[in-house]
Design a binder for this molecule. Sequence first.
Ligand code: AMP
Ligand code: MG
Length: 408
Amino acid sequence: MSGLTLLRDAQKIVLDATTTLGCEKVSLLEAIGRVLGEDIIAPRDNPPWNNSAMDGFAVRWDDIKKEHEITKPAELKIIEDVAAGAVATKSVGPGEAIRIMTGAPVPDGADTVVRVEYTEPSETSVRIFQPEPKGMNIRPKGEDVKEGECIISKGTQLGPGEIGMLAILAKSFVLVHQRPRVAILSTGDELADLDEKFDENKIVNSNSYGIAAGVQEAGGIPVLLGIAKDTPESLKEKISQGLGCDIIVLSGGVSMGDYDFTKVVFGELGADMHFWKLAIRPGQPLAFGKIQGKLAFGLPGNPVSSMVTFEQLVRVAMMKMGGHRQLYRPTVNAVFKEKFSKHPDRRHFLRGIVAHEDGQLTVKTTGPQGSGILTSMVKANGLIDVAEEIEKVNPGDMVKVQVLSRIT
Ligand code: AMP
Ligand code: MG
């Protein structure tokens, strides 16, 4: 292992090793947040027929136009009532009107609907005080969706709009990509789990929970394997338990002190691994490879480093597995409000707070940026991405920010 590996090279290696999972059918109510595994082609027009956008009267525009010209209200004979869900049995002839409810099909013969507020109906006839323009208040057949059109394409993450549309198209089941199952394992004799009694000199295994949350947020299913002791046997046993999943994520045990031992264990499991000194900060030491066909990541143990490297590598692989079109977080450009300097060798991910200020986006850091300072992630809504070659960022400079959560 010599030199530093660029993050973008590592991402390419990870993505080349990642295959998209297959699909499964789920009911529409279970489909929110899932990624569509098929193109949705409209089986019919929506709306399926010309229908009324108002409660009112379906008329022939010629009748109301004529009356308007001589400034006298038109008086038309009501020949039928059509409720929503009903269909007129008659067609509208000259001098006639059909009472119609919103959503009901526009009867034959009529070309305009006059809203009820512009009329004075009696039992058998209706006076129209204000004419409507020709074609008014009619929603034309197919104005929303045309039969045969691709309405939602494969790879779209389904939100409420898409779910509503699938219901319009009468799809009660939909094909979506399977969710990646991610085995999560922490390593270190100094760790104690949340449900364990632990003494003063132990630290809580927080990484498993932070990573599990990242997995869930990325649409995956976390499988928590607990803590492996710093022994080859323990590590080997736990990793083996995770081989039923699609991805195994370890944290800790890849820094220089543990490196040889982790490497030996991976080797014994038949892994084909890369051990990288990534040119990023935080998160330099990182292992990636395949163990019996499953993706395996060894992330650094420091809580912030494990989250930042999860974001840049594991999440990206999960997105590809899960069938997403967009693998990376959205980015924005924002005006940096501080001074920052670094050596021009690594790409830095500063935890940042992005905000709207005087019509532009600004960003400042969350404060101290040590890799053990998890409050920096708590306060952040973005990761400020400072490229390898950059040495200085001054107040007022534009920076790129990966958006993690809502910008207020
Ligand atoms: P390592 O990479 O194993 O040398 O760990 C680096 C640092 O991260 C050490 O201070 C560990 O105690 C800490 N650490 C490792 N794993 C975890 C974890 N699961 N939760 C919280 N801190 C951890
Ligand atoms: Mg350790």
